[in-house]
Design a protein around this ligand. Structure first.
Ligand SMILES: Cc1ncc(COP(=O)(O)OP(=O)(O)O)c(N)n1
Ligand code: 3NM
Ligand code: MG
Length: 306
């Protein structure tokens, strides 16, 4: 049956509004195609509060899904990598992928300095990140080196945030980069990082950023911010659990890390979306007993993964 764009939008909203509630409608900036499924989906996504670049991405995927299936199915929110134009899955099997890391990185402590990295590695946290923010190049180099030394003799996997060249020199396990960090790299630098053998994790905050990250075939994807966070100013609103489920469905071939506002109470819900890792800052660094908090978070992760 041929349906027009308004019918398509209504059908999508009827099937998915309840799940994706809590986001105000987003500004609508027009269509890039005349295909009715695309147009209906684009309108519906804007009404569901997806930002324009994400609405565009999902609407195009909905059109691709319809063509692939041979019919429009309002119930089936797009979650097939082929419909988003992603590379082949699993990504780790691609010729140009970054080295793999465990599919379940477990509790992932994002920490402000090397002393914290050492403390949490010794407390048994499986994945740690040095997120040292400073304008002093000598201090940054010292901290990266100290973090690498701090995890020696422990089984913690150490990612260095932002400073990929120092991470290579110091021999870290991996590097974490945001979208802007990645944009600042030339193709030759991306290739240098890939050739170094370090793992690469990339931040994402929605469909369009996941698609961009997939283009470099990183070792893991971080999905944030799931809940509100006071740690840093975010450019996008908290994604919420329903979107986290959608993102994890689409990207399930990657090791996935949920981040942003996660604490003991919220951890089980975030884990249930299908991610293998939960990243936290304040739930550890802000705790009265950080080692105790880390142990409690790890125990809760174990329960959730059973
Ligand atoms: C696991 C994890 N996820 C996301 C981030 C954020 O990285 P980025 O977007 O580059 O922002 P800064 O941390 O550099 O402020 C992260 N560090 N770790
Ligand atoms: C560093 C960072 N990056 C995020 C992202 O969404 O990319 S959220 C975040 C802060 C996470 O801190 P807390 O666990 O204290 O909320
Ligand atoms: Mg960064």
């Amino acid at each position: 049956m041929t349906q027009n764009a308004s019918d398509i939008a209504r059908a999508i909203l009827a099937a998915h509004s309840a799940r994706f509630d809590g986001h105000p409608a987003a500004a609508f900036d027009g269509f890039s195609s005349d295909a009715p499924v695309y147009r209906g989906a684009r309108e519906a996504c804007a009404r569901l509060g997806f930002i324009a670049i994400d609405s565009e991405c999902v609407a195009r995927a909905w059109q691709a899904q319809t063509e692939r299936l041979g019919h429009f199915d309002a119930a089936q929110w797009p979650a097939d990598p082929r419909d988003f134009g992603l590379g082949s899955f699993p990504p780790a099997a691609r010729a140009n992928s970054f080295p793999p890391c465990p599919i379940a990185l477990g509790l992932y402590a994002v920490l402000p300095d090397a002393a914290w990295v050492g403390r949490m590695a010794r407390a048994g946290v499986p994945t740690v990140q040095l997120r040292f923010k400073s304008d002093d190049p000598a201090a940054i180099a010292r901290e990266v080196q100290a973090a690498v030394e701090a995890v020696r003799g422990t089984s913690a996997l150490l990612f260095i945030n932002d400073h990929w060249q120092l991470a290579i020199e110091a021999g870290a396990y991996g590097v974490h980069l945001g979208q802007e960090d990645l944009d600042a790299l030339t193709p030759a630098e991306v290739q240098q990082l890939r050739a170094s053998g370090l793992r690469l994790g990339v931040s994402t905050h929605g469909y369009a950023e996941m698609v961009r990250a997939d283009a470099v075939s990183p070792s893991y994807l971080a999905l944030g911010a799931v809940f509100p966070t006071t740690l840093k100013k975010m450019a996008t609103a908290p994604q919420g659990l329903a979107r986290l489920h959608g993102y994890a469905d689409l990207m399930r071939g990657y090791p996935l890390v949920a981040i942003g506002g996660i604490d003991m109470d919220r951890l089980p819900q975030a884990l249930a979306a299908g991610v293998g890792s939960i990243a936290v800052v304040r739930a550890i660094v802000g705790a009265d007993d950080p080692e105790g908090a880390a142990r409690a978070l790890m125990a809760r992760m174990q329960q959730g993964m059973r």
